[in-house]
Design a protein around this ligand. Structure first.
Ligand code: ATP
Ligand code: MG
Length: 657
């Protein structure tokens, strides 16, 4: 990244020091930075022994001799399911609620650790009865119901890597993931509840398995919606029947720290999804450690809620492995935030007295769009910490989250990480770091990150470049499933000996890291490098805008031209309709960006749209918008949450032309 790097457009100066109460409770946390930099490996060995129960202790912390293929906690053996469940029961906490489940139609189930223990043993036995053992892969295609957690943990118990596929994905996406992972068994459901209706899942599995020579031998079907399902007697089995028949107790075996725990495909925001695989030991260590030091979960008193889907890495690390390894109590919600009303999330926070909430900027911007009167109707005083993950959070969305949801009292942790990193890498520490709206700030203790220029040299404060990780970390991916070369090429070849994350970032004058989104999304307008997220943040700072996506479209004169797609806040939509003032508003927004950033950042085109194309994990798929802006046929939409969105956008634009 030459010239002045990713420009110098962010000048956020608001800062929020930790409250006295939080600072006092953060006992010793600030010392973790020093401990980690004094001796990284000793630091990780300490965390590994503090947060995880090992069957055999490890004798080497890190083996990096075959870099970039790492081995962590060499010689150690453990069982991830025993760490997440059995040991809490053994420690006398079996009566603690593990999951407060809230179904979309309003059904609820509270599952204690003791009950979870019974279920994972039965499920492990049921899978073993079908011939699933160490090293066999199992595909999981379920809605957000407790059986998804049970299924994942049962696989872990057997040493059978799971491959969870979003319940919202099509048969085609499911088919390619099943084949790529060579899954022997699929665990699915008749369906799940979404937007007040039962959505079917089983037909997608049937269709996925009808193509070609499938590796799948058996399909286990959880009954959730009680829809009619087609049945293949040779292949399909009801989950509840198999569990009923299975033996009650299951002796868990300890596996090597490097034994694969799961495969998970990335969101596909930038291209074809990659099958990322994670090993057991390092992953469990770092997810548990970060659940403790970043989310500050106190298992004896907190009610934690991560709103991610289980099919996304956030669901793996921060619903299943991290919080459960700590023995936390959490909420799990099946449905959408607007069913049956737009206050559903806040009603759940109020009813379950949620203390720690972890969600995504896309959700926060949606709540902004709906208006602050909605959360205001509920008692959110139980909340004490808020987290964000998935995309850069615009400073205005951050402030809204802090003020409207957090009552100006809760610290926000903006956590940067990836499917590949397995766990949180960059984030403020609650009680320690004075926070800065919109910035993920610093690598957490034990992690080394840097922002570098084209030559791999660290940039000066105030400049931008590429985000890299300069040391291996315990929960790092161990590779791309079946493709070691692609692993080296994608992450380890751009710069020597460092991990290239693919994200652009900027260091501010105080040394805070600002993640600016994908390097692929950086635009070059008349020789000026600009990040999409900066222009989006400027648009979102306008009171009428709820959400914005910016892309650079090829332009004959400027190289690239800025095209913005904008969703208005609810009350602004009404006003614009009443006044018929669409074009005035566009001019106002263009000027607003010019004022906030500079005339060079003024979008060539601003399109007001009803929705933006997003992945199921809520990320904006800019590459599809780029196709629209460049008048191309839109590319691969298989990971899109709602494929009709693209039609709605195209239709709206053609009408407007
Ligand atoms: P693909 O790699 O297939 O394109 P993806 O990168 O969207 O998909 P994930 O692994 O789910 O799949 O997302 C990781 C990416 O999300 C990061 O590389 C970064 O771009 C973005 N991200 C996550 N958290 C943050 C954050 N707190 N701030 C800024 N960006 C974030
Ligand atoms: Mg990625």
């Amino acid at each position: 990244m030459s010239e002045e790097g990713l420009s110098n457009l962010l000048h956020e100066e608001r800062t929020f020091p930790p409250s006295e109460e939080f600072a006092a409770a953060a006992n010793g946390r600030s010392e973790l930075y020093e401990q980690a930099s004094a001796d990284r490996e000793a630091f990780w060995a300490d965390q590994a022994r503090k947060f995880v129960s090992w069957e055999n202790d490890f004798d080497q912390v890190l083996d990096w001799s075959d870099a970039p293929f790492a081995k962590w906690f060499v010689g150690g053996t453990l069982n991830a399911c025993v760490n997440a469940v059995d040991r809490h029961v053994e420690a006398g906490n079996g009566d603690r609620v593990a999951i407060h489940f809230v179904g979309e139609p309003g059904d609820t189930r509270d599952i204690t650790y003791a009950e979870l223990h019974q279920q994972v043993q039965k499920a492990a036995n049921a899978l073993a009865d079908l011939g699933v053992g160490k090293g066999d892969t199992v595909a999981i295609y379920l809605p957000m119901i407790p059986e998804a957690v049970v299924a994942m943990l049962a696989c872990a118990r057997l040493g059978a890597p799971h491959s969870v596929v979003f319940g919202g994905f099509s048969a085609e996406a499911l088919h390619s993931r099943i084949d790529d992972a060579g899954a022997k068994v699929v665990i699915t459901a008749d369906g799940g509840w979404r937007r007040g209706k039962p959505g079917a899942l089983k037909p997608a599995v049937d269709a996925a398995l009808a193509v070609g020579d499938s590796p799948v031998e058996k399909v286990l079907v959880v009954r959730r919606t009680e829809q009619e399902v087609e049945w293949n007697d040779d292949r399909d089995l009801w989950w509840h029947e198999q569990l009923e028949q299975a033996a009650d107790t299951h002796e868990a075996e300890a596996f090597d720290a490097e034994h694969p725990l799961f495969i998970l495909y990335t969101s596909g925001t930038t291209g074809k999804p990659k099958g990322i695989f994670h090993a057991t030991g390092g992953y469990v260590v770092q997810t548990a450690y970060t659940s403790s030091v970043v989310h500050d979960i106190h298992p004896e008193s907190d009610v934690y809620w991560c709103t991610a889907d289980i099919g996304w890495v956030t669901g793996h690390s921060y619903i299943v492995y991290g919080p459960m390894t700590l023995g936390a109590t959490q909420v799990m919600y099946e449905g959408t935030p607007d069913t049956p009303h737009q206050g559903r999330f806040w009603e759940i926070v109020q009813d379950k007295k949620v203390t720690v909430l972890y969600t995504a900027p896309t959700a926060i911007r949606t709540f902004m769009k709906w208006g602050k009167e909605i959360p205001a109707k509920f008692d959110l005083s139980s909340l004490r910490l808020l987290g964000s993950v998935g995309e850069p959070i615009n400073p205005e969305a951050w402030m809204w989250y802090r003020e409207v949801i957090g009552g100006d009292r809760c610290p926000i942790v903006d956590t940067w990480w990836q499917t590949e990193t397995g766990a949180i890498m960059i984030s403020p520490l609650p009680g320690v770091t004075p926070t800065r709206p919109g910035s993920a700030q610093h690598a957490i203790p034990g992690i080394s990150a840097a922002v570098v220029d084209d030559m791999g040299q660290p940039v000066e404060k105030g400049s931008g470049g590429y985000l890299v990780l300069t040391e291996p970390w315990p929960s790092m991916l161990r590779g791309i499933w079946g493709d070691p070369q692609r692993y080296k090429d994608t992450y380890w070849s751009r710069f020597e000996n460092v991990y290239f994350a693919g994200d652009g970032a900027k260091l501010d004058e105080d040394g805070n890291i600002w993640v600016l989104g994908r390097v692929d999304d950086v635009m070059n307008v008349s020789g000026h490098r600009m990040s999409t997220s900066e222009i989006e943040s400027a648009l979102v700072s306008h009171p009428k805008v709820a959400e914005a996506a910016v892309v650079g479209a090829a332009d004959e004169t400027t190289g690239q031209a800025i095209c913005a797609f904008v969703i208005l806040r609810e009350e602004a939509v009404q006003e614009a309709d009443d006044a018929g003032e669409g074009s005035d508003l566009v001019a106002e927004l263009r000027n607003h960006v010019a004022k906030e950033i500079g005339p060079i950042a003024k979008p060539r085109q601003i399109m007001i749209v009803p929705e933006l194309p997003k992945t199921r994990s809520g990320k904006i798929m800019r590459r599809l918008l780029k196709d629209v802006a460049e008048h191309r046929e839109v590319g691969d939409v298989t990971t899109l949450a709602d494929s009709s969105v693209m039609n709605a956008i195209s239709a709206g634009l053609n009408k407007g032309d």
